[in-house]
Design a binder for this molecule. Structure first.
Ligand code: ZN
Length: 474
């Protein structure tokens, strides 16, 4: 459909305010479920734009939703605003320079993510009003993407129940449609309980929970050879049993993050890891209990929406980077390895082009990409609503995710251009879906075909709640 110039203009007219909002959120990095100030920024912008605002979405204080329009299809545009620990970094400098403070930083570009999504939703709102078109646009401000699985809790609470399609994006090196491949994952805490004792005088009376954790890790590391090659298992020690080597450690806790291609594979793998934990407890005469902390589903593709978004991108063309943007991107690239840069091209299925610092095209829809081995809580939304995501080109090619280099680029003119560009892509896709009702119907048919044999089962156990006490403490 050729209706996009007007929607692009509606994005452009308000872009300055959203670039400033993104910069403010960059400057107040808040981690999972503590995004009080960032969520307040989004709420204030929703109110200023005249959206009907719902706070505490799904009972989460840092989740917000704004709706505009009447009747018609419901188009959701999803945003995020959480930061990461350990990625504090001064903006606009090509060397590692953490800022004083708590060490948090926007190392995944979610300051841009939420701002571009809300920008797109605001433009769609005005377009619907200007043309008297029946249809509703909703902006969902989603917290805690990084390890918090907030969208899974939001899905479980039914907040997407009446949504027809969902649109989102993620900052990236290249512009294109995000290939819907990600891993389902589950975080499980294993707590071992033993018996304390004097480690020298009475070692035979002690039973070490720390030994149990070590043996569990050894067991899981041996298991790696015998699991699907695209599964992933990582662990972090939450409690090593104390600081005294002369006390047999009576308690120890390890957090496992287990990832697999889909939920059935994930569940099988989790059961195997639990058996290894039981084995470690048996060997050490300790007791083990496990608790799921969070879980997300893999992403489901949607062919009609991906095609529509790609068409929207092709009409728009690549982001308008200039020589100053490229010069800074080259300075960032100088801090990266050849392998970083090569793998960025490989990830989107493009041949390596040395000297290319910023995206100058659109990744073809049929590009043979290397599948994303991470996870996202957008996965759960994609199981209940036809969902499509863009990649927005906002940083130098080769910048690793979750790196100081990514934080450093989050306020640059290139980042602003990339976020405005992707807002146009998302708004254009939303307008296409509202104007062409066959697109929503085709998206739904595609979705139903994908879930027919394996209906969605929420991977979050019913007794697991979002850890919102973190937001109260913040
Ligand atoms: Zn991210």
């Amino acid at each position: 459909m050729q209706n996009t110039e007007e929607i692009w203009r509606l994005v452009d007219t308000r872009k300055a305010a959203f670039e400033q909002m993104s910069d403010r959120i960059w400057g107040m990095p808040e981690i999972a479920y503590t995004e009080t100030k960032s969520c307040a920024e989004h709420t204030a912008m929703l109110e200023q734009e005249g959206f009907r605002v719902t706070r505490d979405v799904a009972g989460i204080p840092t989740a917000v939703m704004g709706e505009a329009g009447e009747g018609g299809p419901v188009i959701a545009i999803l945003g995020e605003y959480d930061a990461l620990p350990g990625l504090s970094q001064e903006a606009g400098v090509p060397e590692q320079r953490p800022l004083p403070g708590n060490g948090y930083g926007h190392g995944c570009g979610h300051n841009l993510l939420g701002s571009a999504s809300l920008l797109a939703a605001a433009a769609v709102k005005d377009y619907l009003a200007a043309h008297g078109i029946k249809g509703r646009v909703r902006y969902y401000g989603c917290p805690a993407e990084e390890g918090g699985a907030a969208k899974g809790f939001m899905v479980r609470a039914g907040v997407f129940k009446d949504v027809d399609i969902a649109i989102s994006w993620h900052p990236a090196a290249f512009a294109g449609v995000n290939e819907a491949k990600s891993l389902a994952n589950m975080r499980v805490d294993f707590s071992f309980a033993g018996r304390a004792s004097h480690a020298a005088a009475a070692p035979h009376l002690g039973r070490s929970a720390l030994d149990a954790v070590e043996l569990m890790n050894v067991g899981v590391n041996y298991m790696r050879e015998h699991m699907p090659s695209d599964a992933r298992i990582h662990y972090a020690l939450l409690d090593a049993g104390g600081i005294a080597p002369n006390v047999v450690q009576a308690h120890a806790k390890v957090r496992y993050l287990i990832r697999a291609r889909n939920l059935p594979e994930l569940n099988r793998l989790v059961e195997r890891v639990k058996k290894v934990a039981d084995g470690a407890a048996l060997m050490t005469e300790t007791r083990v209990t496990s608790k799921v902390v969070s879980a997300v589903s893999n992403l489901l593709p949607n062919a009609p929406l991906e095609r529509a978004m790609h068409d929207s991108l092709m009409r728009l063309g690549p982001p308008p980077f200039d020589d100053t943007d490229r010069a800074f991107a080259a300075q960032i690239q100088a801090t990266l390895s050849e392998e970083d840069i090569e793998s960025a091209f490989r990830r989107v299925g493009l041949p390596m082009q040395s000297g290319l610092t910023l995206c100058d095209g659109i990744v073809p829809l049929d590009s043979k990409t290397a599948p994303m081995m991470g996870s996202t809580d957008v996965g759960d939304v994609s199981w209940v609503v036809p969902t499509v995501q863009a990649r927005g080109a906002t940083y130098a090619i080769g910048t690793p995710g979750h790196s100081w280099q990514l934080t450093a680029q989050g306020k640059m003119p290139a980042a602003h251009k990339g976020m405005v560009h992707v807002a146009k892509v998302m708004a254009g896709t939303a307008i296409d879906a509202i104007r062409d009702e066959t697109l929503v119907a085709r998206a739904k048919a595609d979705h139903q075909a994908r879930v027919r044999d394996t209906p969605y089962v929420c991977p979050l156990p019913p007794d697991v709640e979002p850890p919102i006490e973190m937001s109260k403490a913040a």
